[in-house]
Design a protein around this ligand. Structure first.
Ligand code: GDP
Ligand code: MG
Length: 199
């Protein structure tokens, strides 16, 4: 059964001080440019034109809030890993991203998107490390699953789990998505509902 969602653009913020001041919780999405973040936002909300899908990476530099069912915010964060700023662990992620992810109280849960076709990318692992170290609640979404076979997908996810297990005792929740096929929509939305009510 398809879950129906009412989604509406709320605002774009260039600083964390500009995000909405109400009590609605933020469920945020982040990942390397071109990972399929905007496509996923459109797929989850069922509104094709909501977030701009582009072949040109690095375009979105703002924090975009979308009101979902008048009860929570879906937050589209700027992509990382496009213009590399510095090599220090935190410096390679913009101040806007680190301010929001590490300090913004509205931020309730964060999904890190990774391309299911690729082996674990260093920048994603460093970002995950930053989240883990700071106790930020997050999950991983493997995107573009339609682009590889089930066997390849399983292999890549297994490799990811193995790599994370070397560092962390507990693995984050993981999801598989295809914006082309609608894969993962129900599972992700159900997880979000649960996260909003239970923690
Ligand atoms: N086959 C396939 N292509 C996708 C999927 N998600 C995104 N893309 C393509 O990947 C490119 C980047 O997508 P976009 O959503 O703009 O990525 P963003 O930069 O992370 O917001 C676009 O050409 C999309 O059409 C997917 O699930 N399957
Ligand atoms: Mg985008």
């Amino acid at each position: 059964m398809a879950i129906t969602i009412k989604a509406k653009f709320k605002c774009s913020s260039e600083k964390v001080s500009q995000v909405p001041k109400d009590e609605l919780k933020d469920i945020a999405f982040i990942g390397r440019s071109n990972v399929g973040k905007s496509s996923l936002v459109n797929m989850l909300t069922g509104q094709k034109g909501l977030a701009k899908v582009s072949g040109t990476p690095g375009k979105t530099k703002l924090i975009n809030h979308f009101t979902i069912n008048d009860s929570w915010y879906l937050v589209d964060l700027p992509g990382y890993g496009y213009a590399r700023v510095s090599k220090t662990a935190r410096g390679e992620f913009s101040k806007l991203i680190t301010d929001y992810v590490l300090k913004c109280e509205k931020m309730h849960f964060l999904f890190v998107l990774v391309d299911s076709r690729l082996e674990p990318q260093k920048i994603d692992l460093r970002f995950i490390e930053l989240l883990g170290t700071n106790g930020i609640p997050f999950g991983i979404i493997f995107t573009k699953a339609d682009k590889l076979s089930q066997a390849q997908l399983n292999r890549n996810i297994k490799a990811y789990k193995q790599m994370l297990s070397e560092e962390w005792e507990e693995l984050p929740p993981m999801f598989v998505s295809s914006s082309e096929k609608g894969t993962g929509r129900e599972e992700i939305l159900t997880f979000i509902e649960d996260a909003l009510t239970n923690y």
